[in-house]
Design a binder for this molecule. Sequence first.
Ligand code: CUA
Length: 315
Amino acid sequence: MLTACVSQQSALHPAGWEAERVDILFWVMVAGGAVIFVGVIGLLLYATRHHTRRKVHSEQAAGRLIVGGTLFTIATLALLLGYSLWLMQDLRPWTLKEGESRLEVEVTGEQFWWRVVYREGEGTPRVITANEVRLPVGERVNFILNSADMIHSFWIPSLGGKMDMIPGRTTQLSLLATKPGTFRAPCAEYCGTSHALMAFSAVAMEPADFEAWLDARAAPSPAAQGDGHDAFMRQGCGACHSIQGTQAAGTIGPDLSHVGSRVSLAAGILPNDEESLTRFIRNAEAVKPGARMPAYDMLADDELAAIARYLKGLE
Ligand code: CUA
């Protein structure tokens, strides 16, 4: 039970404006439920102890209970509904105020990973990445959500509520991080074999750090050439993956420019090191059943090691 106390993925440790509202609603509900529970148990004890001695007219008492119970339930539920509807108006993208959303991030759910695109205006993407979302603290971010295949659900519990990602349809979610930190975000809609192995990291950064990060990601990594690069190209990895500053321009799989600096590998399930890279390339299916990446177990150990070292070096 104590594992639930880790604040990395918890709606009860809010680090965002929306999550704070959800947290308040939760505690209001818990407090209300506790008061009602104590009241009902108290009445029950009272009724069982005193009823027989006092000879209350049972029909009259029953009538009072029915009317009282019905009115109390209606009033309580109506109050809670009104309160949550009032809170909800702040949690939906159509309440965005004029000019409030400066940054838009497109996130697409794939077979079991996340495609992430930072765009400025209508133009070409400024940065394309995967399985990691970064956002500046104190600045509202509008997430434009799509899906390539199944229904997935975008959910960063520490920052706010969830939103479905539906094929052929664009949904939106706006979030405002209030504290810096790294949070875990699981896929929240069953989407196939590796649904439970589909997560991403959300990193809330100070605005200046975020800008510096975006600028660094917009340029190719200095380590984009070399032995590992040659092996990567020779094995045809570039047919599915892109690496900025190289001939690799595939778009089927995750973009690997700067992959070495990501918080995790394989959409939140492996630590980002050479060993995990080797393991995943050798047999992706064994790590993540249903993933579309084929096994490369025919590669010689030294070639595989060179590719893993190369990818880890792309920071
Ligand atoms: Cu994607 Cu569940």
